[in-house]
Design a protein around this ligand. Structure first.
Ligand code: 13P
Length: 256
């Protein structure tokens, strides 16, 4: 983390779990365990239908609501899609794009991820852009090359003012939901590489102000070590974000 230049962000990705009725009890427990003081932004990304409930429940504890996906289109005949305008209108502050599960199960490619990130930025929502290599790619030694390509593609056509509002989440696919976390050194190496890519395109100032998160089996036990790395500015947390006690422990790990 480097709090001088950029925000620390702890974001939960609930994926397709929980229901709107479970949000209030969750939030009550989270509030009880929340560290005071707290030095990071806390976000919970839920399915779109649950965002209004999350916004309401999170107000007091200053927990922001985020989406998990957005349409690349502004409006029109796109049945089932949710637009950035619609997300912004209800008060959504963050939204994940390009999660590996969307790339894998919904055929999202880098071009689409870029279009979605731009759609969000146009409406004042911070995109949390996910990148990360597969196990095969790591074993073949092409991790940084591949992740650099994903970052460049996702940021294509985004100017320096807007890039400062982007959040990049490095999520090695082999670490997601597997209990297999990247070591702090592995995660730092790639996050540092991502910042170098941004520096090359935009220069030093924008690069140092972009928050880069790590995601993939982050939990209460390994969070502190990962967050102690200079280029890891927070976490994107799946499983552990469903448990208020575990999630608050990760939030507390930013108080170092
Ligand atoms: P887990 O924390 O469950 O590994 O999930 C990570 C993730 O995919 C967050 O987006």
């Amino acid at each position: 983390m480097n709090r001088k230049y950029r925000k620390t962000v702890i974001a939960g990705n609930w994926k397709m779990n929980m229901t709107a009725s479970e949000i209030k009890p969750f939030m009550d427990q989270l509030k009880e365990n929340m560290p005071k003081p707290r030095f990071c932004d806390v976000v919970l990304c839920t399915p779109a239908v649950m965002i209004p409930t999350m916004i309401k429940a999170g107000k007091e504890a200053k927990v922001f609501a985020g989406g998990q996906d957005v349409s690349k289109y502004e409006k029109g005949a796109y049945t089932g899609e949710v637009s950035a305008t619609q997300l912004a209108d209800i008060g959504t502050r963050y939204c994940i794009v390009g999660h590996s599960e969307r790339r894998q199960y919904h055929g999202e490619d880098d071009l689409l991820v870029n279009a979605k990130a731009r759609a969000l930025l146009n409406k004042g929502i911070a995109p949390i852009i996910c990148v990360g290599e597969s196990l095969e790619q790591r074993e073949a030694g092409v991790t940084m090359e591949y992740v650099a390509y994903q970052v460049k593609a996702a940021l294509s056509g985004i100017d320096a003012t807007h890039v400062r509002r982007c959040i990049i989440a490095y999520e090695p696919i082999w670490a997601i939901g597997t209990g297999k976390t990247a070591t702090a050194e592995q995660a730092q190496e790639v996050c540092e590489g991502i910042r170098a890519v941004i520096r090359k395109i935009y220069g030093a100032r924008p690069a140092r102000s972009v928050s880069i998160l790590y995601g993939g089996s982050m939990n209460a036990k390994n969070a502190a070590e990962l967050l102690a790395q200079p280029d890891i500015d927070g976490g994107l947390i799946g499983g552990a974000s469903l448990k208020p006690v575990d999630f608050s422990a990760i939030i507390a790990a930013t108080n170092q």
